[in-house]
Design a protein around this ligand. Structure first.
Ligand SMILES: [Zn+2]
Length: 128
């Protein structure tokens, strides 16, 4: 693991997959595989496409273990954005949302392994 990927892994570990910054379909326990629509739950090993916006890294889509892509390009054709592909385990830790308060049902990313990233000059998460 390079210094950059280690930093990225730290930046996204504990990231909520149910926050208000996400599409409605990904909130609470509605996390589904983008290919086969299997519901993904706590304890599942998943592959996550992340994009970095003004609020830092956010999950953009998920894949179940059976549909795990091997390369970033197989998930998206969009270039120019900061993107990362990581393997992670969904953990039932709950998460604090500034607007909605603590959500005990929120899942977060644990055991993060960076597969690939692109467009990343500095992989900080922007949350000082
Ligand atoms: Zn799937």
């Amino acid at each position: 693991m390079t210094e950059e990927t280690a930093y990225l892994a730290r930046a996204v570990t504990g990231l909520s997959v149910a926050g208000s910054g996400l599409p409605t379909a990904y909130r609470r326990d509605q996390v589904r595989c983008a290919r086969c629509a299997t519901a993904l739950r706590a304890g599942d090993r998943v592959t996550v496409l992340l994009r970095r916006g003004s609020e830092g890294w956010r999950p953009a889509s998920f894949r179940c273990a059976d549909d795990a892509p091997t390369e970033l390009v197989s998930l998206t054709s969009v270039h120019g954005d900061d993107q990362a592909l990581v393997a992670a385990t969904l953990e039932p830790t709950g998460d604090f949302d500034p607007e909605e308060g603590f959500d005990p049902d929120a899942l977060t990313l644990g055991g993060v392994e960076v597969r690939e990233y692109s467009g990343v000059d500095s992989v900080g998460d922007g949350r000082e």
